[in-house]
Write a protein that binds this ligand. Structure first.
Ligand SMILES: [Zn+2]
Length: 1062
């Protein structure tokens, strides 16, 4: 195809106005900018066709605008099907039955449509159930349900559908036909395959055991039924006690007295109450030894008063507990149940589950879990992959629990009992194994699913309603003037190009781009082109997608075109002076391009969306509303467009990450909604300048693109009888009552959930939890990641306290606090946090005060010793702190979005950053970073820690603040910057980079080391000099500042409140 303009047969039909044509030079990156395009007007011949022209110029461009209406009756209202071979060609053998068909196009076909309406998570949302009604944007979005009768086999052909619109000049369809749908090529599940996976989760639906290979039908949603083949003749493996209704793990448990005469060995770990040491520590079991000193081992206390030199009573600040070692994963949980998954995947706010409503009501802290299903494991501890092969995944017939280390085998091995619902299941013949003398299966060592708390199961076709999607990355990039001037566009283009080789899923990976300012620019990336073609659509009211087939392409096939595009992208828009942002229409266009496959949508936004649907107003941060009932409205989306789009995106398996760059208000509350309900993330780079923040953007974008991602996922947490998860917190869309829809999820996302008791009294002694994430891996395999854990049921409040996990509690309190700011005033959110801490400590005090005569001392359990300080940090954190003047609105919202997804350790570090002094190490002879690590210590976050003669690093996981004391020897700053620090008028512009001297190399070595310990984000070093005004605030949590308490005052306040009714 040469440089001629292809004149389309329908040219006459192209309508009048806004047709733009660009020349190939634009995409060549030459000096001709897009704005040199000429405008052509065509008279529309066909009055019915609103559309315009499509002129294909050589490599590049063309644009046009308009939309076909004439074709509404010409064919099935569907998108032209994509060639089936392309996205799925590399799909693994398990997909065989589906290879023939194209991707799912319709909601019904995907299996998601039939599910119950999704709900918006978050308390604030009065969940308008997304209707999932496709937009009325013309014929493209109507996806009819495939109507193939059940008996019709799927043709094996992998070729493109016959009517696939060709793109070569010879068969280039006429204008209106370009957009005309081809016959539906949607994928249809084989009739005998149940359309299971993601429907509503019928829990407890009794299933009829199926025989043969007719799988269970869709009775069970998320995780469809395995196929229980009844097969006798096994031995039991009494791995652990499991009958929730029987007495737990005692060796004499009648439950194990199976016909074989086998008596199981004691459980792997003693249950609560059987461990002598535990008993010893039981408060109620320990006689009061006398006043305070006898209690020291039992709980911590602080004495009030007697601070040397102080007039008023207070606490000795030095004696206050501080989490200087950062997050500490709870050991007791795992020690007691070694078969549990690692706490990096699942943490409970207390691993002592209350046995009654009345006990639960005395636990004033959140009761629940923090789940981090894809947490990165250290080398050697990866989650083992299990493939059950033809026999299918072994699951409980009734509650759908996956077989795990806590199920027990009985009846000579013919049966296994579910540890969650106690149902006795048959063991499939293929799964049979003999038992050894201890009643353990002899194949235990070869069965990770029976010996490990975390496994990854390879899911057979029953777990698919369409072929596993290919990894898909679509970029929606603002190219208005601020994107260009800040350098964002160039950094983004270069970073994407650098990452192309590392995008997961080669060779199936799909990619596409769309840019926008006041118009929308599509790019044809067809592999046969030498250069991409640009098409501009300027009609924002009636968005349509030109060339729907070549806007998303297989990366390896179109690599040259993609490279050429990314090379030329920055220069294409270098002279752009357009300040507008047609974000909403561009988003709709991206949705239309992506919705056949789903994938990840990365949005780069530099300004407030100003044109078309979804435009946002400068509702701004009006200080007058603070303190009123309207305050919270600023922190949530105003235009329903955003929630509705989020619902639609999730439904079509599209996860959104927002990168926001403006120094002005961009209404992140609205934009972030897209990430919030699609499992995504918000990256905020206020006042972005590539010279200063370029490294951070490069790193974080690269991580986003290359980290392992789970596609089209759903998450469910099952738990034993008597307890139930009732509220979920994080970024996802709730589909049905307990199924979290996650179009894309990765190793940096955690979720929290709250538990409630369903029964007045729990009769079990152990509660089991099982987290299951069903997803498509980048390699195209359908998998289920399963984490299982057990926790004892306790009858004693002291035991609940002893088993409390402050990290998990803080994670839940943080999420609850942030959600509170969406429905209430900031002040209310802060008080809610404080009140829960006070109530918890008051209850604890009531438990012990009289008995131990603690008098005026403040007492608290060892397990919660850092809770008050984290509460203070949360009180002062960006989403909750102060009022109007204390944080910009976008900054608040961005921090809130981030904190809602952080895993425990990242959140704790953000709340209580580490402060380390480094000047002594710099002046010492040693050059090893290890020496630094060993000798450095983390300091309390208070001004008292800062010596004017020192140099410090403050690390909150998101940035480094390098703090220079006023008296620091000038040689140090000279070594680090080449000049005296005072020579810089604006320290925010100072860039710390490696210089040719030992000291500089040491500092950079330290920073590198710190970064390695927290790879999720890139910490940009920001230089701050003591006593100088700086935009960057080093928040010293323990200091009193701007109306908020210091640590000592805070503790005193809490202590007083605790005593009020103690
Ligand atoms: Zn069960």
């Amino acid at each position: 195809m040469s440089a001629h303009v292809r004149s389309l047969t329908l040219k006459q039909r192209f309508s009048e106005k806004k047709c733009k044509i660009a020349t190939s030079a634009e995409l060549d990156g030459s000096t001709i900018s897009r704005f040199s395009l000429q405008l052509f007007s065509f008279l529309s011949v066909s009055l019915k066709v609103k559309v315009s022209l499509l002129v294909l110029l050589h490599p590049p461009l063309l644009i046009l605008k308009k939309q076909p209406m004439a074709n509404e009756k010409t064919g099935p209202p569907n998108f032209p099907g994509r060639p089936a071979a392309s996205p799925f060609a590399a799909a693994p053998p398990t997909m065989t039955p589906f290879l023939s068909a194209g991707p799912v196009v319709g909601s019904e076909a995907s299996g998601y449509g039939a599910s119950s309406p999704a709900r918006f998570n978050g308390p604030s949302i009065s969940s308008p159930p997304p209707s999932y009604v496709p937009y009325d944007v013309g014929s493209y979005q109507r996806f009819p349900t495939p109507a193939i009768p059940p008996s019709q086999p799927i043709p094996p052909s992998r070729g493109p559908p016959p009517s696939q619109p060709g793109l070569s000049p010879s068969i280039f369809p006429a204008g209106q036909q370009i957009l005309a749908p081809s016959p539906p090529v949607s994928f249809r599940p084989q009739p005998q395959i149940p359309s299971v996976p993601m429907g509503p989760p019928p829990q407890n639906v009794p299933l009829t055991p199926s025989r043969g290979n007719v799988p269970h039908s869709s009775l069970e949603s998320l995780f469809p039924a395995s196929r229980p083949t009844l097969q006798p003749s096994l031995h039991g493996y009494p791995n652990v006690q499991a009958n929730p209704t029987s007495q737990v793990p005692s060796a004499q448990s009648p439950f194990f007295a199976q016909p074989g005469g086998y008596v199981p060995p004691p459980p792997v770990a003693a249950p609560i109450g059987l461990n002598p040491r535990e008993q010893m520590q039981h408060f109620s079991a320990v006689p009061p030894v006398g006043p305070v000193q006898g209690l020291v081992e039992e709980f911590q206390s602080l004495s009030v008063g007697s601070v040397p030199g102080a007039i008023e009573p207070g606490f000795d600040s030095k004696a206050l507990p501080r989490p200087l070692d950062g997050d500490i994963e709870p050991k007791s949980f795992v020690e007691m149940y070694p078969l549990n998954c690692h706490p990096r995947y699942l943490r409970l706010t207390t691993s002592g589950m209350p046995n009654s409503q009345s006990l639960f009501s005395r636990w004033h802290l959140p009761l629940g879990a923090v789940v981090h299903p894809l947490a990165e494991a250290p080398d050697g501890e990866e989650v083992p992959v299990v493939n059950f092969g033809p026999m299918g995944i072994i699951r409980c017939r009734r509650c759908r629990t996956y077989v795990n280390p806590y199920v027990t085998f009985s009846d000579g091995g013919k049966k296994w009992r579910c540890n969650i619902c106690a149902l006795l299941n048959d063991v499939p013949g293929e799964y049979f194994a003999h038992l050894d003398a201890n009643g353990r299966r002899t194949d235990l060592d070869q069965r990770p699913e029976l010996s490990r708390g975390s496994v990854e199961l390879v899911a057979p076709t029953e777990y698919m309603v369409r072929p596993p999607m290919p990894p898909l990355y679509f970029f929606l990039i603002d190219v208005s003037v601020s994107s260009v001037r800040s350098g964002m566009l160039e950094v983004v283009a270069k970073t994407i190009k650098c990452c192309l080789d590392e995008l997961p899923g080669f060779p199936r990976t799909q990619i596409g781009f769309l840019t926008y300012d006041s118009t929308i620019h599509f790019y044809n990336m067809k592999s046969s082109l030498m250069q991409p073609q640009m098409m501009v659509v300027s009609d924002l009211e009636d968005i349509f997608v030109p060339l729907p087939d070549d806007l998303l392409v297989n990366l390896s096939e179109s690599r040259n075109v993609v490279d050429a595009f990314l090379d030329s992208l920055p220069s294409m828009f270098q002279d752009n002076v357009n300040m507008e942002s047609a974000f909403g229409p561009a988003l709709k266009a991206a949705f239309m391009v992506m919705n056949q496959l789903g994938g990840k949508l990365l949005i780069f936004q530099s300004t407030l969306p100003s044109l078309g649907i979804g435009r946002l107003r400068l509702r701004g941060d009006d200080h007058r509303v603070y303190g009123t009932d309207k305050e919270n409205a600023l922190r949530i989306a105003e235009d329903p467009f955003y929630k509705q789009m989020a619902a639609d995106l999730t439904k079509y398996q599209i996860g959104v990450n927002i990168y926001a760059f403006s120094d002005k208000y961009t209404d992140l509350a609205s934009l972030g909604t897209l990430a919030k309900y699609t499992g995504g993330q918000v990256y905020y780079y206020p006042c972005f300048q590539s010279t200063i923040h370029g490294d951070r953007l490069r790193y974080e974008l690269a991580r986003d693109l290359t980290r392992e991602t789970a596609w089209e996922a759903v998450l469910r947490i099952r738990c034993g009888k008597g307890v139930r998860f009732t509220n979920y917190h994080g970024h996802f869309m709730l589909r049905s009552t307990d199924l979290l829809a996650l179009p894309a999820v990765d190793c940096d996302k955690a979720f929290a959930a709250q538990l409630s008791l369903e029964e007045t009294l729990l009769t079990t002694q152990i509660v089991y939890f099982q987290v299951a994430l069903l997803y498509t891996s980048s390699s195209g395999e359908r998998r289920i990641r399963v984490h299982t854990a057990a926790a004892p049921v306790v009858s004693d409040l002291g035991e609940m306290y002893r088993r409390a996990d402050t990290g998990a509690i803080v994670s839940l309190l943080t999420r609850l606090g942030i959600e509170r700011t969406l429905t209430h005033k900031l002040e209310d959110a802060r008080h809610m946090v404080q009140l829960r801490i006070v109530k918890a400590l008051r209850e604890y005090r009531n438990l012990h005060a009289v008995q131990h005569r603690v008098g005026g001392r403040m007492i608290y359990p060892e397990s919660l010793k850092f809770l008050p300080l984290y509460g203070l940090a949360l009180w002062k954190s960006t989403p909750l702190r102060g009022g109007h003047a204390d944080a910009q609105l976008d900054e608040r919202c961005a921090a809130g979005f981030t904190m809602m997804t952080l895993p425990v350790s990242g959140l704790l570090k953000f709340l209580y950053p580490s402060l380390i002094r480094i000047d002594e190490y710099l002046e010492k002879g040693s050059t090893k970073v290890d020496d630094f690590k060993n000798s450095s210590k983390v300091l309390p976050l208070s001004t008292e820690s800062l010596d004017p003669g020192g140099l410090y690093i403050y690390d909150d996981g998101f940035r480094f603040i390098i703090w220079f004391g006023r008296m620091l020897p000038s040689a140090i700053s000279f070594n680090l910057f080449g000049v005296e620090l005072s020579g810089f008028p604006d320290l925010s512009k100072v860039i710390l980079c490696e210089r040719d001297n030992e000291m500089s190399r040491k500092v950079m070595g330290i920073l590198k080391r710190l970064r390695e310990s927290n790879p999720s984000f890139y910490q940009v070093p920001q230089v701050v000099r003591q006593a100088e005004q700086s935009r960057e605030r080093m928040l010293l949590v323990e200091d009193q500042s701007g109306g908020s308490s210091g640590y000592v005052d805070w503790i005193l306040q809490i202590h007083r409140q605790v005593q009020q009714s103690a």
